[in-house]
Ligand binder design. Structure first.
Ligand code: ATP
Ligand code: MG
Length: 249
């Protein structure tokens, strides 16, 4: 397998605190790579560094053969990096399909130049509906987004991310705040996306992580203390001591 994302000695300081500290990590094309770690370990910060929301203080980010360490966010999106936000980017007054169509339109820009052209409208809508189908929201396409359940909103966010035609999806706690049934649905959706997309997943729900991940990296105090197959990481003495504790028992 080839490496699509490589982080080399990445660091981010907030004041005197090294929030991510010498993080080296590689993500292979096609894998679902989970990043786990205790609250405040630096997981979201790491995602911000990869997406370009937070500049890195040192180290390098190589994505799909390109050095994007200092590239602005929109360039990274164009290169194929998509993230779903922990804080939602959904337009609540628009239907699910309109939300996704807006994202498709934002991506395609000048390739849909003929404003008002019905074939253009259809192409936008077709692609939006395809993304909604991928996340299991076909039946909810015409519901105003503000009226979707919390879990459905997370699914819609995924569809919006897919509309950018990403090579890699960065997902920060897609199960946060979902109830049991909803979280099962989101896990099912992620199962469906897995193998079609390369995914970096941050998640606290260990059951979901161990069910979904091909590999797991463990971040503690900004440092990667282990990377490997889920069962290897689960059995790692340092990981158990630093983080998993009784959960792994
Ligand atoms: N913009 C910021 N300015 C200053 N400190 C920050 C900033 N963002 C994050 N931090 C600090 O960096 C540390 C890591 O935060 P981060 O949100 O990356 O952790 P996390 O692993 O995502 O935690 P959680 O599991 O709770 O989401 C925390 O101590 C946090 O207070
Ligand atoms: Mg976080």
């Amino acid at each position: 397998m080839s490496v699509i994302l490589e982080l080399r000695n990445l660091r981010k300081n907030y004041g005197a605190l090294a929030v991510t500290d010498d993080v080296s990590l590689s993500v292979e094309a096609g894998e679902l790579h989970a990043v786990i770690g205790p609250n405040g370990a630096g997981k979201t910060t790491l995602i911000h560094q990869i997406s370009g929301l937070a500049p890195s203080d040192s180290g390098a980010i190589l994505f799909d053969g390109q050095d994007v360490t200092h590239a602005p966010m929109h360039e990274r999106v164009r290169a194929g990096l998509a993230r779903s936000f922990q804080i939602t980017s959904i337009l609540p007054g628009f239907s699910a399909r309109e939300n996704v169509a807006t994202a498709v339109q934002a991506r395609s820009g000048s390739s849909f130049r003929f404003f008002g052209d019905p074939s253009r409208e259809r192409a936008l809508d077709d692609e939006a509906m395809e993304a909604l189908a991928t996340v299991g929201l076909t039946a909810r396409a015409d519901i105003v987004a503000g009226q979707l359940s919390h879990g459905e909103k997370r699914q819609l966010e995924l569809a919006i991310a897919l509309a950018t035609r990403p090579k890699l999806l960065l997902l920060d706690e897609p199960l946060a705040g979902t109830g049991r049934e909803e979280s099962e649905r989101v896990v099912e959706t992620l199962q469906g996306l897995k193998n079609r997309y390369t995914i970096v997943l941050i998640e606290h729900d260990m059951e979901a992580v161990f069910a979904l991940a091909d590999r797991v990296s463990v971040l503690v105090y900004g440092r990667v203390i282990a990377t490997g197959a889920p069962e290897v990481v689960r059995a790692d003495a340092a990981v158990r001591e630093a983080y998993l504790g009784e959960e792994a028992a």
